[in-house]
Write a protein that binds this ligand. Structure first.
Ligand SMILES: Cc1cc2nc3c(=O)[nH]c(=O)nc-3n(C[C@H](O)[C@H](O)[C@H](O)COP(=O)(O)OP(=O)(O)OC[C@H]3O[C@@H](n4cnc5c(N)ncnc54)[C@H](O)[C@@H]3O)c2cc1C
Length: 337
């Protein structure tokens, strides 16, 4: 059996390791854009208060996975899936190769979602979706620290990631203004009472929180980037954190059924019987995406067991309670999901 996996996040790597432990003879190939190893995405939002984050965020170097007899093709991009002959096209350093599969596992995760009105201004703001983004942000910030200055940040989005990053920058000593469209923070995950507690904690850390804000776009004024809401407010840098978008493009081009994510059945199988999807990119029959570490790891272990012939029951989501990593904040009620 030749298994090919696209993506080296928690979904792809947990699946590869578990499948290897169950099937010593299988050929396992994992292809990823990443080049830094397998890292903890949740720790990205502690990326300013943790000095050695570029090292401590790495959970496993790719060489350790190679030691487990998992073939890793890093710094590579899968550009096409040819379902008719069960192959994929892989581009690496301007060279293309074609790789055959018996089973293909799509664990491609998600990109930062950028609202359409913001897209013309893409070179004016940062996002924080992966380790490359974090390194870019840290380099920018270091330029200020080297001059004994602190940058002033405008952060757009008071959801989970926006609040976490705003909090981490503020406790690290920067000036932070958070713009949120709704009338309370994290309104999708928290009951109103917990949103009030979160607001107090954020303000206590020095974050200026602006609710009910309609950000129309951005502009450049000298070295500053302005957030436009009817009035124009200048910042050293702006970070947009307005949600995530599952990477469905490859699956769509290959003619797989997609909705918000790649549609799978309760066995994580796509509309092609030889192709499975898990993690941020997979949409279950109930319309849900289980975009958190615990259920994704659970999907990966389950799928490895299923493909190794050791699971006969459908995948069922485990109980889990996500938590925002905002410094000093604890919700009194379970998060909504
Ligand atoms: C800042 C931040 C904080 C978070 N905090 C938490 C938290 O506290 N708790 C929690 O449970 N969850 C948290 N999450 C969510 C969690 O990290 C994700 O749900 C999880 O990492 C998704 O794992 P995945 O394996 O599905 O995809 P990913 O981790 O996104 O991995 C997908 C991989 O596929 C690669 N890839 C995609 N397309 C291709 C292609 N065509 N060719 C080659 N490679 C490709 C990507 O480069 C990437 O390496 C956070 C997310 C972020 C961004």
């Amino acid at each position: 059996m030749r298994i090919v996996i696209i993506g080296s996040g928690v979904g792809g790597v947990s699946f590869a390791e578990k499948y290897r432990s169950l099937q010593a003879d299988a050929q396992i190939m994992l292809i990823t854009r990443e080049d830094d190893g397998y890292y903890s995405r949740p720790l990205l939002s502690r990326g300013f208060s943790t000095d050695n984050i570029e090292q401590s965020i790495i959970l496993k170097p790719f060489d350790k996975l190679r030691d487990e007899n998992i073939e890793i093709i890093s710094a590579a991009e899968v550009t096409a899936i040819n379902r008719a002959d069960r192959t994929i096209v892989v581009k690496r350093a301007d060279q293309e190769s074609v790789q055959p599969y018996d089973k293909l596992i799509l664990a491609q995760g998600s990109a930062a979602f950028i609202p359409p009105p913001f897209r013309p201004y893409r070179d004016l703001f940062f996002c924080l979706n992966n380790l490359v983004d974090l390194k870019k942000l840290r380099r920018f910030r270091q330029g200020f620290l080297d001059r004994n200055q602190r940058p002033a940040w405008g952060i757009i989005g008071g959801g989970l990631i926006g609040c976490e990053v705003a909090s981490d920058l503020a406790v690290s000593g920067d000036t932070v203004t958070l713009y949120h469209a709704a009338d309370r923070l994290m309104e999708r995950q928290l009951v109103p009472e917990d949103s009030v507690t979160l607001l107090n904690v954020m303000q206590g850390s020095g974050v200026e929180v602006l609710l009910n804000q309609s950000v129309q776009g951005f502009s450049k004024q000298g070295d500053k980037v302005c957030v436009e809401t009817g009035v124009s407010a200048p910042f050293d840098a702006v970070l947009v954190a307005t949600g995530f978008k599952p990477r469905t493009e490859l699956a769509e081009q290959a003619g797989l059924e997609t909705g918000r994510g790649i549609k799978v059945n309760q066995r994580l199988q796509t509309s092609d019987e030889h192709i499975y999807a898990l993690g941020d990119v997979a949409e279950l029959p109930n319309g849900k995406l289980y975009a958190f570490i615990l259920p994704i790891r659970n999907q990966a272990l389950w799928l490895a067991g299923f493909l190794a012939g050791q699971e006969s029951k459908d995948w069922q989501p485990p109980a889990f309670n996500p938590k925002a990593k905002v410094h000093g904040f604890q919700a009194a009620h379970p998060y909504l999901f």
